[in-house]
Design a protein around this ligand. Structure first.
Ligand code: ADP
Length: 204
């Protein structure tokens, strides 16, 4: 079955403590960020982000999983978009998915170390995906760990681009976004996110 966002707990920097302190904004508790371990195709959410390739015609990893779950109409709409550049994002319907939209973004391919250009491109993926979401009135978005699978970007570096981009976006467009879910698939990525989140969303 699919997973309701009501059942995805909001992240707290002191999870497990009796009195959790959350990322504060203007002195108020902010409750927008979650780390969710599992399959992104199961989320009942406004938009899931796809780590696509430039053709937008489907591939392996999370891209393959999204296309399988959405059904053939997704590929049809993707084909009409005529590809996507690295760091940019394009939106489609979700079709058979519980998500209303899929935002397809193309991460950089890292080959033996990360260049400044690749770093900027990865950050753009997160920023442009969120901008595309808000342009379409999507108020909840789930991200996979873009580029860290087949595209070879070191996960321990990618997490910083993901968190910095989301923090920056929420600071600028706070009222347009309700939830941002980091959908992690590997236990090592869950650890990386939980370890680094307090750096970008510090407790008060
Ligand atoms: P890229 O080509 O951008 O590296 P991949 O799909 O190879 O994309 O990997 C990106 C991340 O997505 C990896 O951490 C991988 O473990 C994860 N992943 C694979 N399948 C799923 C899924 N169904 N839901 C969420 N994340 C997934």
């Amino acid at each position: 079955g699919s997973v309701s966002l009501d059942d995805v707990p909001v992240w707290t920097p002191t999870a497990g403590a009796s009195e959790p302190s959350r990322y504060q904004r203007n002195g108020k508790l902010d409750q927008k960020i979650s780390v969710y371990s599992g399959d992104i195709t199961k989320l009942e959410i406004d938009a899931i982000v796809n780590a696509a390739n430039k053709s937008l015609l489907g591939g392996g990893g999370v891209d393959g999983a999204i296309h399988r779950a959405a059904g053939p109409l997704l590929k049809k709409e993707c084909a009409s978009l005529r590809g996507c550049e690295t760091g940019e994002a394009k939106i489609t319907c979700g079709y058979g998915l519980p998500a209303k939209y899929v935002i397809h973004t193309v991460g950089p391919i890292a080959q033996g170390g990360v260049s400044e250009q690749e770093r900027r491109a990865l950050r753009s993926c997160y920023r442009n995906s969120l901008l595309t979401a808000t342009e379409n009135a999507a108020r909840s978005v789930a991200f996979p760990c873009i580029s860290t699978g087949i595209y070879g970007y070191p996960p321990e570096q990618a997490v910083h681009e993901a968190l910095a981009a989301v923090r920056e976006f929420l600071d600028a467009h706070h009222d347009k976004m309700d939830r941002v879910i980091f959908c992690v698939f590997l236990p090592t990525d869950k650890e990386l996110y939980l370890h680094n989140l307090p750096l970008y969303f510090p407790p008060a």
